[in-house]
Write a protein that binds this ligand. Structure first.
Ligand code: ZN
Length: 269
């Protein structure tokens, strides 16, 4: 089990309540928990460079892996201008970024003095992330990209896990019957089983995903749990996210024991 002393949370999304998240993490893990703004990540880098970095991570075709050797990255000035406007606070469009490339670029931004195993870095973002799957040769949206640093996508928590099957069945049933029903009407029927972009429950969901990042660093391995009520469950459906992260919002007994062991070890040394 790896030990670490510092957990840095980079607060790039404004859709979650960080004081609740930081209080929760401090109560759970025996290490120094620190919330940081974007300046701690961008560290005085030129805005144009940062915009170029984001533009270089954009996925233009979900069937083409932008990290493959035969892919030529083309960064247009329009894309850079758009990214600059986002950095300056303009509302964003649903653009999807390559999670591994962004993670690599973020890893180079982290202060070298803090780039040791003593430190865990987790970036909370609104940007939609996807990673390329070799098996079906296409990109899939992610809620989290584990690694150094780990990246939790708040918009990904809303968009990546599929809505319940009954959601689509109801929607398409109405369409097939020639009845008008809007997506918003269907969403209101399923509001307890799906998450929306302005949903206050995203804060609790984010806590669970940050715990997944913590366990990844602790175990040096993918931390997913088979127990559907454990925060470390790898949910593919929205109702599973709600079940694991909101209705239960706890670790299973096995993972709770692991965390207790970590906290005890750290306290006694
Ligand atoms: Zn578990």
């Amino acid at each position: 089990m790896n030990r670490f002393k510092h957990l840095y949370i980079y607060m790039l999304s404004d859709k979650v309540d960080y004081s609740s998240i930081l209080t929760y993490l401090t109560s759970m893990i025996n290490c120094n928990v620190e919330g940081r703004g974007e300046d701690a990540l961008y560290r005085g880098l030129d805005r144009h460079c940062i915009a170029e970095m984001y533009a270089s991570c954009r996925i233009k075709d979900i069937f083409k892996d932008i990290n493959s050797n035969n892919y030529t990255t083309h960064v247009s000035e329009d894309d850079v201008e758009y990214e600059l406007s986002i950095l300056n606070g303009a509302p964003s469009k649903p653009i999807v970024y390559d999670g591994f490339r962004l993670q690599y670029l973020y890893s180079n931004m982290i202060d070298a003095n803090e780039s040791s195993l003593d430190n865990v870095h987790v970036i909370i973002t609104d940007r939609l992330l996807a990673t390329y799957n070799e098996e079906d040769m296409r990109y899939h949206l992610n809620t989290i990209v584990l690694g150094y640093p780990s990246i939790v996508s708040i918009d990904g928590i809303v968009e990546a896990p599929a809505k319940p099957k009954a959601f689509y069945t109801l929607y398409y049933y109405h369409i097939s019957q020639g009845r008008k029903i809007s997506m918003d009407e269907v969403k209101s029927i399923f509001k307890d089983e799906i998450l929306e972009h302005d949903d206050p429950r995203l804060t609790d969901a984010a806590k669970g995903y940050i715990m997944q990042a913590l366990f990844y660093n602790m175990l040096n391995d993918v931390p997913f749990c088979d127990d559907k009520r454990c925060m470390l469950y790898n949910a593919h459906w929205q109702d599973e996210v709600i079940e694991a992260q909101i209705r239960h919002g706890r670790l299973c007994s096995k993972h709770r024991e692991m965390l207790d062991e970590f906290n005890k070890k750290y306290a006694s040394s």
